[in-house]
Design a binder for this molecule. Structure first.
Ligand code: FES
Ligand code: FES
Length: 149
């Protein structure tokens, strides 16, 4: 099957099996390996990307659902997003494995709501797990961007 969609501003056509999903297409066909595989069951958030601006778990998205739509991955932020800079400033990552998903989830929040309360941040980030327990630094990084506005 051929699927046409946009990834990080580029229109692409991918020839993939009918049961292909977004996560493995990004990682193995498009070499966008910033998006991670954690649980494969929408339970951890390591694979979070944006689909038409909404954060989704790429491990659960069939490629057929992506046809004609726009995907943004961590590579699409280009390293210049204020949240990425805040992440470095706050030295958020430990092992790093969950962090691209954390950042994509946080970017979506601030695009929907530029000044969320602490409660709103925690509710929005709740499904993104970090085995290293970097939650306090994630919160600090997000709040630092909100305070700069
Ligand atoms: S790998 Fe997709 S939510 Fe865990
Ligand atoms: S930094 Fe290790 S899992 Fe989050």
């Amino acid at each position: 099957m051929k699927y046409s969609f946009n990834v990080n501003g580029q229109n692409l056509e991918v020839d993939a099996p009918e049961n292909a999903n977004l996560l493995w297409t990004l990682r193995e066909r498009l070499q966008l390996t910033g998006t991670k595989y954690g649980c494969g069951a929408a339970l951890c958030g390591a694979c979070t990307v944006h689909l038409d601006g909404t954060p989704v778990r790429a491990c659960m998205i069939p490629l057929s659902m992506v046809a004609g739509r726009s995907v943004r991955t961590i590579e699409g932020l280009g390293g210049e997003h204020p949240l990425q800079k805040a992440w470095i400033e706050a030295q958020v990552p430990q092992c790093g494995y969950c962090q691209s998903g954390q950042i994509m989830q946080a970017v979506a929040l601030l695009e929907q709501n530029p000044s969320p309360s602490r409660e709103q941040i925690l509710a929005h980030m709740n499904g993104n797990l970090c085995r290293c327990g970097t939650y306090n630094r994630i919160l600090k990084a997000i709040e630092s961007v909100i305070q700069q506005r």
